[in-house]
Design a protein around this ligand. Structure first.
Ligand SMILES: *[C@@H]1O[C@H](CO)[C@@H](O)[C@H](O)[C@H]1NC(C)=O
Ligand SMILES: *[C@@H]1O[C@H](CO)[C@@H](O)[C@H](O)[C@H]1NC(C)=O
Ligand SMILES: *[C@@H]1O[C@H](CO)[C@@H](O)[C@H](O)[C@H]1NC(C)=O
Ligand SMILES: *[C@@H]1O[C@H](CO)[C@@H](O)[C@H](O)[C@H]1NC(C)=O
Ligand SMILES: *[C@@H]1O[C@H](CO)[C@@H](O)[C@H](O)[C@H]1NC(C)=O
Ligand SMILES: [Ca+2]
Ligand SMILES: [Ca+2]
Length: 258
């Protein structure tokens, strides 16, 4: 999620049954209720979900859940103002498999165009983050990368099209080595609506890609995952004629939720 979403002040919770909605913002955040909620995750491994909040586009603040009011306290701060970047996305995860949660940030340099996204991983250590303890991926991206476990080793990997190639690349979590992947002639559509979901009911997540032969047409491709080896399944599907693109796709199990 990018900046500019709903702020923190809109968090409402249900009060006692039958009562109206109650404003619990002050109990949750005290006087710190500002910024944009960017992600959720258990940063300090206490089995309570913590909040990842962006302020001013260049500062990440992790509000750790607490037993006492205010129930979320800003404990970890990562000010990136000095780097001259705007944070465009936050994806918490353990990117090296040491059981400590790390944070992947995509950033846009204020001096560059919109199509150059850099990716930083800040390594979680002793429940904190350090501006100097990070890895920057070697390549920049044309679009927000997709974070998914590509090779099935339970460590998240980073998938996307880098600026030096039209073909998708995957950076494997751990040593973050990059590999060209998916022999597809298609260009990825920007902004993408890729998804990492099980499409053939074998309990292994597959890849659903939005691609584009030219900048106008959108196509859909399914790549089936067999032990971390993806192969294209079926034909590329065209966008139905007469539809209008208003945004990106969401995926849900409609048969089961309705
Ligand atoms: C909820 O409470 C917060 C903090 O007291 C306040 O800033 C905000 O305006 C309130 N929102 C509504 C909808 O009343
Ligand atoms: C971890 O952080 C705590 C304070 O949060 C500090 O007391 C402790 O010495 C740190 N441990 C290490 C190994 O850095
Ligand atoms: C990086 O890690 C991957 C997956 O664990 C492995 O296949 C690859 O050989 C490693 N590359 C280097 C340069 O260590
Ligand atoms: C980035 O590239 C350099 C040289 O091309 C290489 O030495 C280095 O290991 C790479 N870093 C990562 C994280 O892949
Ligand atoms: C992956 O799939 C391709 C094409 O189906 C096949 O040639 C290759 O041997 C497979 N690799 C692995 C590691 O299973
Ligand atoms: Ca880690
Ligand atoms: Ca992986």
């Amino acid at each position: 999620m990018g900046p500019g979403g709903l702020g923190l002040a809109l968090l409402l919770a249900l009060a006692a049954p039958g009562a109206a909605l109650q404003n619990v913002t002050a109990q949750l955040f005290g006087s710190e209720a500002y910024g944009t909620l960017a992600a959720f995750g258990d940063f300090n491994s206490d089995k309570q979900t913590d909040l990842f909040v962006l302020r001013g586009g260049n500062e990440l603040i992790i509000f750790l859940a607490d037993q006492k009011e205010p129930y979320f306290k800003p404990r970890v701060k990562l000010p990136m103002k000095s780097l001259g970047v705007t944070i465009t996305s936050v994806v918490p995860g353990d990117y090296d498999g040491d059981s400590q949660m790390d944070v992947l940030l995509t950033t846009q340099a204020q001096s560059h165009g919109k199509d150059e996204l850099s990716v930083f991983i800040f390594w979680g250590h002793n429940q904190t983050l350090d501006l100097n303890h990070k890895t920057m991926l070697n390549k920049t991206f044309h679009d927000e990368p997709l974070v998914m476990d590509f090779n099935g080793d339970l460590i998240p990997d980073v998938f996307g099209v880098t600026s030096d190639s039209n073909k998708p690349q995957v950076f494997l979590g751990g040593n973050l080595s990059s590999h060209a992947t998916l022999e597809t002639p298609s260009r990825m559509y920007i902004p993408h609506s890729h998804a990492f979901i099980d499409l053939n009911n074998d309990f292994t997540a597959d890849l659903f890609l939005t691609t584009s032969p030219d900048s106008k047409t959108i196509q859909f491709e399914t790549w089936v995952n067999k032990d971390g080896n993806f192969s294209k399944a079926g034909n590329t599907k065209e966008m139905p004629s007469g539809v209008k693109v208003v945004g990106q796709s969401v995926f849900a199990d409609f048969e089961d939720v309705i």
